[in-house]
Design a binder for this molecule. Structure first.
Ligand SMILES: Nc1ncnc2c1ncn2[C@@H]1O[C@H](COP(=O)(O)OP(=O)(O)O)[C@@H](O)[C@H]1O
Ligand SMILES: [Mg+2]
Length: 289
């Protein structure tokens, strides 16, 4: 992925900046381009459930090894957008999209793309921890076997549990039921299960919404740790959480026709301190939503 570095190059060369970049500077775009490579690119994405348009013309880039947060009021299409990134919405019969989602240059919705492989590389963690009613070990080993991941399964289970900051809690009770773990431990187990199949991107849909504040902070610390190696996209209705963990933040909102619109996308500091759009400002200052 090539990023727009034209302005920087111009500056380096000491030449007059072209007119377009002057205009950009005067009125900075509400949808920023990212620094560094993009793993996923969403282009002009419109999403429908039957006749209902849930998202309208969304474009954004997901930066590699960064955390991108999707925020906005309930019903504005955050989960829909997230699920478009790994074809999770294929399971909804009435769902269809226009526009494009590319993953490392591959059209995710193109012919010959296997949605199962898409979901292995772009894994998902849900709002409510959903471990299988099996042992801790089996929960993590499950996807390894199903996806034919090579290597020693026991080692992969240990590595994944360590990466999910759960090994210390469970190493002496791997054969016990996952359902006996606390909510926060169950969510970290689900993260371990996602990591075991060697993903590239991890999508998280409000992963802390059922957790207490201490378990929430643990997951947030874990996310920061994981972002050294993985690309993460998180939906959160908690603005403080986005401000704490995310490198980039996208603000979505519902229009009067109820279609979700991407209002603003910036690095998190800019979005929270210098929003370009009045609606972003109103939302982050708590005027609605
Ligand atoms: N499976 C579905 N079938 C029909 N409509 C849906 C479905 N899932 C979500 N929607 C609708 O799409 C809109 C966006 O929903 P969603 O993406 O879940 O929003 P958010 O995650 O921001 O709360 C809502 O109006 C919701 O009712
Ligand atoms: Mg949602």
């Amino acid at each position: 992925m090539v990023v727009d570095v034209s302005r920087r190059r111009t500056a380096d060369a000491g030449a007059e900046p072209p007119l377009t970049s002057l205009r950009e500077r005067a009125a900075p775009a509400a949808i920023a381009r990212i620094e560094g490579p993009a793993v996923i690119e969403v282009e002009d994405l419109t999403a429908y459930y039957g006749g209902f348009r849930a998202l309208d013309d969304v474009s954004l880039q997901v930066p590699e090894r960064q955390i991108t947060a999707l925020i906005g009021p309930s019903g504005c299409g955050k989960s829909t957008l997230l699920r478009c990134l790994n074809r999770m919405n294929d399971l909804v019969k009435t769902f269809r999209i226009e526009g494009r989602v590319t993953y490392r240059g591959i059209d995710l919705y193109g012919k010959g793309v296997d949605p199962v492989e898409v979901r292995r590389r772009i894994g998902m963690v849900f709002q409510k921890p959903n471990p299988f009613p099996k042992s801790i070990y089996e929960n993590v080993a499950f996807g390894v076997k199903v996806n034919g991941i090579k290597g020693n399964v026991g080692e992969i289970v240990e590595r994944s549990l360590r990466a999910a900051a759960l090994w210390e809690d469970v190493h002496d009770k791997l054969d016990q039921s996952a359902l006996a773990l606390s909510g926060g431990q169950q969510q970290r187990l689900c993260i371990a299960r996602a990591l075991a199949v060697e993903p590239d991107v991890i999508l998280m849909d409000e992963p802390c919404s059922s957790l207490d504040p201490i378990a929430t902070l643990k997951i947030e610390d874990l996310m920061r740790e994981l972002a050294k190696e993985y690309t993460i996209v998180i939906v959160t209705h908690n603005m403080q959480q986005a401000a704490r963990v995310a490198d980039y933040t996208a603000f979505l909102m519902m229009r009067p026709d109820r279609a979700g619109e991407l209002v603003e996308f910036h690095d998190t500091d800019t979005l929270f301190t210098m929003p370009r759009d009045k609606r972003t400002e109103d939302y982050i200052t708590g005027r609605f939503g």
